[in-house]
Design a protein around this ligand. Structure first.
Ligand SMILES: [Zn+2]
Length: 432
């Protein structure tokens, strides 16, 4: 069972080279499990026991299953996560001619990527394009994944960069641009990337209006370690939690409460978009559920007062080479269970009450848990919990599975932890 979940996660991430692909894969899984896609422009009529979902910008989604109980009393049980991961975004007019000899691509960093992890790897591009249609305000959207080893960012040799092993500072405009091709007589280098995309999609070059594509690592995920106990793959932050929440909503039993999973985009760049956690996306959807069940706005607020959010985003495990970087008395380890994240400055929203609730669910599920706090002299990161709860007044805590090398293009997590987290999420959804 544990191994099946880990392999399924690897498969999900391998098929999700961009957040658009992650949402597409999620949609497929939800539909296979009886969820119905709702059109936001239509009037909804929702039924108890019904399973539904919406997508937003094709890069975020919310799925829900209406509980059998009185919704105002049983509330929403919500798990939040995010679909995006640090990478490099291809700029418009990206082709740069290097002395008539090479073509490289102009990119900018998306989120806080570990630059050094991207060198000397087989890379390609994936994302979406907009295509001409009859309605100028509604171009056709198509996902694109150039499914071959297309790009590489070669290191500079050590002979010309003697300080590379002494803490070199990478410049995103100079050091990080991927090489696409050498130039020869046959190469039509004008609009080269759009032509590559058009060919991939079987379109004419001038049908493509615009593109939104990101670099991704071509190497497939794998299990590593003496006992194959580690999962090695990119985007574990945070497709690990997206995957766990989908498994939980699909595999948990009937619930009196209404189960909700929300996967936002743009967490890695501050969440300030219509598809990000700092948007009315979740609040509006929850309100529409209430309205579509012939209840009123007061009922909506009554329902919120009986609701709970688990904000799930991967967390830092104790690093075997850098144990001094961690808090002296909270030392989470890979494969020792989900981590509860705590911060006095409230960069994580967990408090004694919500932590108590999560611990109780872990106990009921028979799953161990750990705690993470930053060293007091380190700033640390943040996540979607504090942002989501600025939008909806619902008790919440931040949790996540232990990971090493967060924001590397190859992260490392634990097989057991993924199984544990799915187990806890399922218990959260179906306890009576
Ligand atoms: Zn994250």
């Amino acid at each position: 069972m544990k191994l099946n979940y880990a392999k399924d996660l690897i498969d999900f991430i391998d098929k999700s080279p961009s957040q658009f692909h992650a949402v597409y894969e999620s949609e497929k899984e939800l539909i296979e499990n009886g969820f119905i896609k709702l059109n936001k422009a239509e009037k909804w009529k929702l039924e108890k026991g019904g399973k539904y979902f919406i997508t937003n910008n094709s890069s975020s989604f919310i799925a829900f299953e209406i509980g059998s109980g009185d919704i105002t009393q049983e509330g929403f049980r919500i798990i939040g996560s995010h679909t995006d991961s640090p990478t490099f975004k291809v700029k418009p007019n990206p082709e740069i001619d290097v002395e008539g000899s090479y073509i490289k691509l102009n990119t900018e960093m998306y989120g806080g990527a570990i630059a050094s992890s991207w060198f000397d790897r087989e890379l390609s591009i994936a994302g979406r394009v907009s295509i001409k249609s009859d309605d100028p305000l509604k171009p056709i959207e198509k996902l694109v994944n150039v499914d071959k080893d297309l790009l590489i960012i070669p290191n500079l040799c050590i002979h010309m960069n003697r300080e590379v092993n002494d803490g070199y500072s990478f410049n995103n405009q100079k050091d990080m641009l991927p090489l696409l091709s050498t130039i020869n007589e046959q190469l039509e280098k004008d609009n080269l990337l759009v032509k590559i995309i058009a060919e991939e999609l079987d379109l004419k070059f001038d049908e493509i209006l615009d593109f939104e594509v990101y670099i991704y690592n071509r190497k497939k995920g794998s299990l590593v370690g003496l006992n194959q106990e580690f999962i090695s793959i990119g985007k574990l932050d945070n497709l690990g939690m997206v995957h766990a929440s989908i498994k939980a909503i699909c595999e948990s039993g009937d619930s009196v409460a209404t189960k909700v999973i929300v996967a936002n985009d743009n967490e890695e760049v501050g969440s300030m978009t219509k598809q990000g956690a700092n948007s009315p996306m979740l609040k509006n959807l929850l309100e529409r559920i209430i309205i579509a069940m012939d209840l009123d706005r007061e009922d909506f607020h009554r329902t919120l007062s009986n609701s709970f959010i688990i904000s799930a985003d991967m967390a830092h495990a104790l690093h075997p080479n850098y144990s001094d970087k961690h808090d002296p008395s909270n030392r989470p380890i890979v494969n020792k269970g989900p981590i509860i994240k705590i911060a006095a400055k409230q960069s994580y929203v967990s408090d004694a009450m919500t932590i108590g609730a999560f611990k109780s669910i872990c106990n009921e599920a028979g799953v161990p848990y750990q705690t993470f706090v930053n060293r007091s002299d380190m700033r640390g990161g943040s996540t979607i919990g504090p942002i989501t709860t600025q939008q909806v007044d619902i008790p919440s805590l931040d949790v996540g599975n232990p990971v090493l090398g967060m924001h590397s293009c190859r992260e490392l997590a634990g097989v057991d932890d993924h199984y544990y987290m799915i187990k806890v999420f399922k218990k959260f959804f179906d306890y009576k």
